[in-house]
Design a protein around this ligand. Structure first.
Ligand code: COA
Length: 260
């Protein structure tokens, strides 16, 4: 499938999706949001894909936000639809059922930071920069930023970043728990590829169970989360991969997971 604003490629079981508007620092216009929604739906449906890597084209930006030029003329009802489209995309990434890694090399601002926060893991270059600068535009985040930042980094950091619109360095984002792995710029691809390969070789149904338990558990009381975990744990015993993984351990060999 050909996209106007994305590039996709496969490396083994790893699908890479690149937001490709480098002349606009990969800003998210409506068309790009729609294409991303389609690209993630395709990745979800394709059994050959076990991991998705999401990044932006060029060195300068992961994604520098929602497209300000497009938003400038919106009426409130269009803004509402834009926010909902963005939020649905972010939720679909979060609930993909396969690990999604954000590869962040430059600016991840506004909608770019929201996109990164919807991914499960964020690997960032030391040169990356993060922020929710919407307040400088007289706006508030609209693609889940207030909510995911709150959940990832806590109320203090969410209010500090959203109220000041400050752009922070990757090191600070790492300290706040926004970046899960921080690497030198020249080591970014190697780090992302190694992590993606490791996750691609892992048992896919176990990965899906972990994603479900952590994401659902984050929104429930502890008792409900623990019950959810028990159900997922029990379900894993219905899979060939669980028999293979435990047998491989006992036979002192490497497991071959098939996703069934
Ligand atoms: N929406 C639309 N266009 C954007 C954009 C965005 N969020 N971010 C960057 N661009 C465009 C610029 O308008 C410019 O286009 P032009 O060459 O046609 O004028 C191009 O991308 C390059 O950006 P520029 O601002 O010239 O680069 P810079 O190096 O001087 O600054 C940033 C980089 C990221 C600091 C700056 O682009 C910026 O502040 N972007 C907006 C960030 C933001 O507020 N995001 C939240 C949006 S809700």
């Amino acid at each position: 499938m050909a996209y106007r604003n994305l590039e996709t490629s496969n490396r083994g079981a790893v699908r890479t999706i690149v937001v490709n508007r480098p002349d606009k620092l990969n800003a998210l216009n409506r068309e790009t949001l729609n294409e991303l929604t389609l690209a993630f739906a395709q990745a979800a449906q394709d059994d050959a894909v076990r991991v998705v890597v999401l990044t932006g084209a060029g060195e300068k930006a992961f994604v520098a936000g929602a497209d300000i030029a497009e938003m400038h003329g919106y009426a409130p009802v269009q803004a509402q639809a834009f926010s909902r489209t963005g939020q649905r995309l972010m939720s679909s990434i979060e609930r993909l059922g396969k690990p999604v890694i954000a590869r962040i090399q430059g600016f991840a601002l506004g909608g770019g930071m929201e996109l990164a926060m919807a991914c499960h893991l964020r690997v960032a270059s030391e040169k990356a920069k993060f922020g929710q600068p919407e307040i400088n535009l007289g706006l508030i985040p609209g693609f889940g930023g207030t909510q995911r930042l709150l959940r990832l980094a806590g109320r203090g950091a969410a209010l500090e970043l959203c109220l000041t619109g400050a752009v922070i360095h990757a090191q600070r984002a790492f300290e706040l728990g926004l970046v899960t792995r921080l690497v030198a710029a020249e080591a970014l691809d190697e780090a992302v590829n190694a992590l993606a390969d490791q996750l691609a070789a892992a048992a896919p149904l176990a990965a899906a169970g972990i994603l479900d338990a952590v994401l659902q558990g984050g929104e429930t009381a502890l008792d409900q989360g623990l019950e959810f975990e028990t159900q997922g744990f029990a379900l894993a015993f219905s899979t060939d991969d669980m028999r293979e993984g435990t047998a491989a351990f006992l036979e002192k060999r490497k497991a071959e997971f098939k996703g069934c």
